[in-house]
Design a protein around this ligand. Structure first.
Ligand code: BG6
Length: 511
């Protein structure tokens, strides 16, 4: 197997090692890193879980995951066999100290074998109910003592509300220093999301117009055509606001609205992002209905197939009041963005999958063209398309060929795959690599998580006190409830997702 001798030895301890995330995301990402020569020569993956499994059985399951989800397609036998030698299974109860003592011994044994000290990465790929437990046991077992060599990775959701997020952060802080804590929001690992910073701050072109003088409104969309799939039990307890808005959409908002950073230091970038959340105008409880819309899908048609309504999904209560769609209108009270609406929306079972940020620019200050020239005029827009198409589109006015001065909107496109001709790594590859390199830039800090919860608490409180009376209020396969239109100011619209010309070629996907 290809390894990287420059990287220091690392032990990945995955709690929930027999679970779905390990199978679908973590091990395929580690395998892909190994294929890219981005794993240390000495590394080990210790999968910890309660179920009785042998190394061999676990490896068979993980092999299947790699075959399905690796960016390189089906794994070659030799590559897999070599990689699999690094995987060990440890059966253990997450709430028993002996599990952690055994882990400590196993890590010590590996270090002895390698003749070197190893970084210990503790990854909580478990149900959220364990997030508050595992750090305590790690602390009690003395596994967090070496601050420079041990790290913990926490998956979202970080808490269920502000209070529980604070409680979880307090448990983490009692056992780890903040610099050892890596809170994952996988959106931040996406190439196109990281590219927002590159686009904004590596080019002098757009920054001068990236403000209230030139921007009419900003729309942030992260919608899916899929339903809740096999996660009905979790989702029915969470809903779209907790599942997508509190984390992924807030991250996109921060990246698009933040001030330029002074350096590329993790804390400098994270400070600038938190400033955005602090600038968001608080949503008053009395105004929740004016700036937030919720929805739930009923039966409908998606991709030519009839699909069940949310209440008929597995694991979902037949009279569930959980929202599967949210649209919000936010304002930022700062110099740059005063008065510019930021519209955010997310939902399941919509017409198609699309995540993108659209910046709609103001019209020209004086319209000098005759009215007949401008009948096909559309606002100038810059769209950063995150997925499934990956790229950037700039829409502007151009003269239509012909004797008359007739103006039409045209598009200039940048498409990732055309430009770079190489598939992007999966978000988890980037994030796991960063954990190994101890770089927290793409991870959420405690104050950011809490600021995002703080902002949304009035909405959650008002919704909890007044369950919706009209659910389901949109049919699967549409663009969500009609009320979402009412959030928009005159002249603003929810843009239809962009389709880039080379849309079939998505980086990271095998064609
Ligand atoms: C997860 C949510 O965080 O993000 C899911 O829990 C959602 O409900 C998923 O489907 C979307 O991520 P991606 O990368 O598939 O767009």
């Amino acid at each position: 197997m290809k390894t990287n001798d420059q990287l220091e030895p690392t032990v990945f301890v995955i709690f929930g090692g027999a679970g779905d995330l390990t199978w679908r995301k973590l091990v395929p990402a580690l395998f892909d890193l190994s294929q890219d020569r981005s794993m240390p020569a000495d590394f080990s993956i210790i999968a910890v879980d309660r179920v009785g499994l042998s190394d061999e059985k676990l490896c068979r399951r993980l092999h299947d995951g790699v075959n399905q989800f690796s960016r390189f397609g089906k794994a070659r036998a030799a590559a897999w066999n070599q990689f699999a030698q690094h995987i060990h299974y440890q059966q253990g109860d997450f709430k028993k100290l002996q599990t952690y003592a055994a882990l400590g011994s196993q890590c010590a044994k590996l270090e002895k074998e390698w003749g070197a000290k190893a970084h210990r990465v503790f990854y909580m790929a478990t149900p959220p109910s364990m997030f508050g437990e595992i750090p305590k046991y790690l602390g009690r077992a003395g596994l967090t003592r070496d601050r420079d060599w041990s790290r913990i990775v926490v998956e979202k959701p970080i808490g269920y509300d502000l209070e529980s997020a604070r409680a979880l952060n307090a448990i983490l802080a009692a056992n780890f220093e903040e610099r050892q804590i890596f809170r994952i929001d996988h959106y931040l690992g996406k190439e196109t999301v990281q590219n927002i910073l590159a686009f904004r701050f590596a080019n002098p072109l757009f920054e001068p117009i990236w403000n209230r003088r030139y921007v009419e409104c900003v729309t942030i969309t992260a919608v899916e055509a899929v339903g809740v799939e096999h996660r009905g039990g979790y989702y029915d307890h969470a809903g779209a606001l907790r599942d997508m808005v509190q984390n992924h959409l807030m991250q996109l908002l921060c990246l698009v609205a933040m001030e330029p950073m002074v350096s590329f230091e993790a804390d400098e970038i994270r400070n600038k992002k938190v400033d955005v959340l602090h600038a968001v105008r608080p949503i008053h409880k009395d105004a929740v209905h004016e700036c937030v819309v919720r929805g739930q899908y009923g039966q409908g048609w998606v991709g030519g197939k009839k699909v069940p309504g949310y209440r008929e999904e597995d694991g979902v209560s037949p009279d569930s009041q959980t929202e599967t769609f949210v649209a919000l209108k936010l304002f930022l009270d700062n110099w740059r963005w005063q008065g510019v609406p930021f519209y955010l929306r997310t939902g399941k079972r919509l017409a198609r999958q699309a995540s993108e940020i659209s910046i709609q620019f103001r019209g020209v200050p004086h319209q000098s063209f005759p009215i007949e020239s401008t009948l096909d005029w559309q606002s100038s827009r810059l769209v950063m398309s995150i997925q499934p198409d990956e790229g950037i589109v700039l829409r502007f006015q151009a003269k239509h060929p012909g004797a008359q001065m007739h103006l039409r909107s045209v598009e200039m496109q940048f498409n990732y795959l055309d430009a770079f001709d190489a598939p992007s790594p999966d978000a988890y590859e980037t994030l796991l690599w960063d954990v190994m390199k101890n770089d927290a830039t793409l991870f959420m800090r405690d104050d950011q998580v809490e600021a995002a919860w703080q902002l949304l608490m009035p909405v959650l409180d008002v919704w909890a006190a007044a369950p919706p009376s009209d659910f389901p209020n949109y049919a699967a396969g549409t663009w969500g409830p009609e009320d979402a239109q009412a959030l928009l100011a005159p002249g603003h619209s929810w843009p239809l997702p962009t389709e880039l010309a080379g849309k079939c070629k998505q980086p990271g996907k095998k064609s």
